[in-house]
Design a protein around this ligand. Structure first.
Ligand code: ATP
Ligand code: MG
Length: 462
């Protein structure tokens, strides 16, 4: 794309009413006001704009006076959010900043009076534009449009210095390159390897934010490859590197590492947890790899080892516990081996183990896993048939969880003469096992009798 064409998109873009009125209000009160950062970049790339950020020389206390609906998001850092035309718009006072080291936000900011000084603190040339949609004034101090047209991520100023100021920037470079399909310019790329000490000190929450954004890109593998080449991966996920160059067997064209990355790419873009599971589902393979006497390579029990390793890895980046458990459950069961001989009971047991809500995601994981074997075998065999059998079983309304039983914990407690305890759950699960094998036994009277029998027998044994 030519530079002139990129700039023309800024003038032709249809700016939302809320943006226009906010900038008018600031200008009307005698202040400067520009659109800045990611939104200017995304308009030129014709990408969907996530959020519009406005920079101004007005101080936060003055901004507050100008608008009716204001949220004081981060007054100390110069940011307030105003609600205009139904949108939330962040307005930030021109500033410089220092000392990010391990905080989420800069420790210290200093307000400055010119937009140019504000742009100088920004990380990459394509993130350092300012644009005034009323006067069509476009400011590009660092040849960002040229980088944008070439698809290049380049640090503003000396990359080593900028990465030492804020150790998250290297990962931001990787993330933005991955999201946009850009390349990181050579000096900027080399600087990542030279400043890893600073990256190590960055707050885990900030790292996780960027990793999540990498997982939302079309090809997360691009980001992980950048991380491997620069040394970032060695710091956050050294476990993934254990599979680097480690060959597999006749079911795979790629080494373990590459297969993991491609699995994440093939998982649905709108299912980030499936993508995490895909990335980590085989991480235990390097540790379980064995070459048998006949030369066959096996990875016995790798799914269990993968779960253990995934927990350590995800805890390291402060992944929320609930989500971690969901991801690990998918990893745990990704090796299911359906054949048409499976009985209905076996299918019900499978659904029970995996969880009704997780079955569809497990299928998506399996499909991604299969596509990422590099053998071009089309679609995993029997998966469609298995899916249909699961659907018909769910439609039949057969009991799959203890909640589907015609008796509940109260019945168990009454009949056993016990209070709420672990045992209640255990007994209900035993009932479920009976019903899963023979669904017609899910009748209240039958189950109550069975409970009485069990309680009686236990009493006799004591
Ligand atoms: P997106 O919103 O698409 O994730 P973005 O570029 O808008 O990407 P934000 O995190 O929203 O990223 O930041 C907005 C702008 O603030 C950036 O475009 C950049 O100019 C500046 N910025 C953000 N984080 C940093 C940082 N760590 N160092 C320097 N400048 C930064
Ligand atoms: Mg943004």
């Amino acid at each position: 794309m030519r530079e002139k064409d990129l700039e023309r998109r800024l003038t032709e873009y249809n700016y939302p009413e809320g943006i226009v009125s906010t900038i008018k209000a600031l200008r009307g009160a005698g202040y400067d006001a520009f659109l800045v950062g990611g939104c200017v970049r995304d308009i030129m790339l014709e990408r969907e704009v996530v959020d519009f950020d406005i920079a101004t020389d007005a101080r936060p206390e003055d901004v507050i006076k100008l608008f009716r609906k204001v949220i004081p998001t981060g007054i100390k850092h110069g940011t307030v959010t105003v609600i205009e035309g139904g949108m939330e718009i962040e307005i930030t006072t021109f500033r410089t900043e220092s000392g990010y080291s391990d905080a989420r936000r800069p420790d210290k900011v200093e307000f400055v009076s010119s937009i140019e000084d504000d742009l100088r603190r920004r990380d990459f040339t394509i993130n350092a534009f300012a644009y005034d949609p009323l006067e069509h004034e476009f400011i590009d101090l660092f040849d960002g449009v040229s980088d944008l047209s070439k698809g290049v991520i380049r640090a503003v100023g000396d990359p080593v210095e900028r990465f030492r100021e804020d150790g998250l920037r290297p990962l931001r470079a990787v993330r933005i390159a991955t999201a946009l399909g850009f390349e990181i310019e050579m000096r900027t790329l080399i600087a990542i390897g030279e400043t890893l000490e600073c990256f190590k000190r960055v707050a885990k929450e900030r790292v996780l934010d960027e990793l999540r954004k990498i997982m939302r890109a079309v090809k997360p593998s691009v980001g992980f490859e950048y991380m491997r080449e620069t040394g970032i991966l060695e710091i956050i996920f050294p476990e993934l590197l254990e599979g680097y160059g480690v060959t597999q067997n006749e079911f795979h064209a790629y080494d373990i590492y590459t297969h993991s990355l491609y699995s994440a790419d093939f998982a649905p873009i709108d299912k980030p947890l499936v993508r995490w599971a895909a990335l980590l589902h085989d991480v235990g393979k390097a540790r379980t790899r064995e070459v048998r006497e006949d030369g066959r390579v096996t990875f016995y029990n790798h799914e269990v080892v993968s779960v253990r390793m995934a927990m350590v890895m995800l805890e390291r980046i402060r992944f929320p516990k609930k989500e971690m458990e969901y991801v690990c459950n998918l990893i745990r069961w990704h090796m299911f081996n359906y054949t048409p001989e499976w009985t209905d009971s076996a299918v019900r047991r499978f659904i029970r183990r995996v969880g009704v809500d997780a079955v569809a995601d497990l299928f998506d994981l399996r499909i991604a896993d299969f596509h990422a074997n590099g053998l071009n075998l089309g679609f995993p065999p029997y998966l469609d048939e298995f899916k249909k059998r699961i659907e018909s079983i769910l439609e039949a309304g057969d009991a799959i969880t203890v909640r589907d039983l015609k008796v509940d914990g109260n019945d168990v407690m009454k009949i056993y003469g016990i209070g709420p305890s672990e045992k209640v759950g255990r007994v209900l699960n035993e009932l479920l096992s009976v019903v899963i094998d023979e669904p017609q036994k899910n009748e209240r009277e039958y189950l109550l009798n069975l409970l009485r029998e069990w309680a009686q027998r236990e009493g006799d044994e004591d």
